[in-house]
Design a protein around this ligand. Structure first.
Ligand code: SF4
Length: 350
């Protein structure tokens, strides 16, 4: 049901489904931000869902659409409401102050704080209080073919996720087969991990470069998804009881959330080759998934790179008169993905 045999295609469908339908089988209460391939140095999750306070998320927009890294967060979260010397205002960072000064200059260049000089001293003032926008982090591992051996192979990673409790909830998303889940399969996964089975109504119509780009624009991007997630097993909340008091955990979660906020999940066009004449976007439900016309399937992000032996640049004529999208389909695809992201942001954040 999902495109080709690349797990990448399934991953994009899970992201799109989460964007529209999270949480599964419940009404949405929070605003939702979805990202992919994020985590820590030790562990990278396929899909990350942030459940956010809607007013907090709106206030976060004051600080722009790019992520704030840990150094910027240190400055922005602690910047005072009134002018003050930065060393009086900010807690000691645990590393040399010169790095803080660099972060202040970066923050100033992005209008995240105000600065002025008092003699040799740099004073700072907040532009707005940094909001408390993140409520919960949900980690999803995608495994379209979840059989017993896949479940056993995943178990160790998932146990690690539960133990570290950086996320509040851990799920596995798999493809619905129409059959009952084997209890034995559930036994192979940690009991705290949820399982959601995704079924997708395939609309295989839009396959060409031109249809995929031009057709989608005409849809106004505003229809509901045609896929459905059914919960096979509910997860436990894995947040430790004393987590609220744990500053280190809060800091790491916020850094992760900032990365998710800044990157989203559509940025694959930045590493893949939509400028290749064989690159297509295919529609699955309301999700758009990359497809390679040469390989006749959904290609992985790693295959679809400058090193691909079958790469062919889109013909120059595609970029000139007669093509419905200014700049040719490659640029059109990039713009389409950016617009989709902006449209979702506007809907969730306003
Ligand atoms: S031929 Fe290679 S570069 Fe072109 S779309 Fe297919 S995988 Fe990507």
């Amino acid at each position: 049901m999902y495109p080709g045999d690349a797990e990448f295609g399934f991953e994009l469908l899970v992201c799109r489904w989460a964007e529209e339908s999270w949480p599964p089988e419940e009404p949405r209460r929070d605003a939702v931000v979805v990202a992919r391939q994020l985590g820590t140095r030790r562990r990278r999750w396929d899909t990350v869902v942030l459940e956010c306070d809607p007013a907090g998320l709106r206030a976060r927009r004051e600080f722009g659409e790019r992520e704030l890294d840990s150094d910027l967060l240190h400055v922005v979260r602690n910047a005072p409401a009134e002018w003050a010397w930065y060393r009086d205002a900010l807690p000691h960072p645990g590393y040399p102050w010169r790095y803080v000064r660099e972060a202040i200059h970066r923050a100033d260049a992005r209008d995240l704080v105000e600065t002025r000089r008092d003699g040799n001293r740099i004073e700072i003032r907040q532009v707005a209080p940094y909001p408390d926008w993140l409520r919960r982090i949900v980690a999803i591992e995608n495994k379209p073919d979840l059989d017993a051996s896949a479940a056993r192979a995943l178990a160790g990673q998932l146990e690690h996720d539960v133990e570290t409790a950086l996320a509040d909830e851990v799920w596995v998303a798999t493809e619905a087969t129409g059959e009952r889940f084997e209890p034995a399969l559930l036994e192979d996964l940690p009991v705290d991990v949820g399982i959601v089975a995704l079924s997708v109504d395939v609309d295989d119509a839009a396959a060409s470069h031109e249809d995929a780009v031009a057709g989608d624009r005409d849809d106004h991007l505003d229809h509901r998804v045609e896929f459905d997630g059914s919960v096979e097993w509910y997860p436990s909340e894995v947040t430790p009881a004393d987590a609220a008091a744990d500053d280190e955990r809060r800091r790491r979660r916020l850094e992760l959330a900032e990365r998710a906020y800044g990157r989203g999940w559509r940025s694959y066009h930045e590493t893949m080759r939509p400028d290749c004449r064989h690159f297509e976007l295919r529609r699955f439900g309301s999700a758009l998934v990359p497809n390679c016309a040469v390989k006749r399937r959904s290609q992985t992000a790693a295959e679809c790179a400058g090193s691909c032996s079958e790469f062919e640049p889109e013909p120059p004529a595609w970029r000139t008169r007669g093509w419905p999208i200014e700049g040719g389909p490659g640029k059109g695809i990039k713009r389409l993905l950016r617009e989709r992201r902006e449209w979702i942001r506007a809907r969730e954040y306003e």
